[in-house]
Design a protein around this ligand. Structure first.
Ligand code: SF4
Length: 144
């Protein structure tokens, strides 16, 4: 599988994890599930606005395709990532993973599926995408 295919596949797995989290919430509180999906979309938009707009691969070069295309709709920014920007991105991603955990804990098969999807997505990005990504300012990029 080439790197772009892995990038798209890993993002699909992470999206699947969010949907599984929303499904667990929907079983108990459908409105909470809708609110979670809206918040997750807002947080992903924040990550794209804060992180991807500084990435030299935004636009057609993005190894995950969609985030780069969306980032290209926003004004490009330059320079290294600041500590605040990294903190915002980490907090946004942790929040997306953390919100559905309360509901997933009472749905063990969905809890397992959530972490298999999320874990595989993160693993593939870390092993197959990050090592060849051209975003030299990314703190996840392996040292050369
Ligand atoms: S490669 Fe660049 S544009 Fe694509 S997701 Fe990563 S940081 Fe965003």
């Amino acid at each position: 599988m080439n790197t772009v295919a892995v990038g798209v596949f890993s993002l699909t797995l992470l999206t699947g994890a969010v949907i599984v989290g929303a499904a667990a919430m929907a079983l108990a509180a459908p409105l909470y599930a809708l609110a979670y999906l809206a918040v997750a979309a807002l947080l992903i938009g924040t990550v794209i606005a804060v992180f991807c707009t500084k990435c030299p691969l935004r636009g057609r070069g993005c190894l995950h395709i969609l985030p780069g295309r969306l980032a290209a709709l926003l004004p490009a920014r330059r320079g290294k990532y600041t500590a605040v920007e990294i903190a915002v991105v980490v907090a946004a991603l942790l929040l997306i993973a953390a919100i559905p955990q309360y509901w997933l804990l009472s749905q063990v098969p969905l809890l397992a599926l959530f972490w298999v999807l999320a874990g595989t997505g993160v693993f593939l990005i870390n092993r197959r995408v990050c090592p060849v990504c051209g975003n030299r300012c990314c703190p996840l990029r392996p040292k050369e």
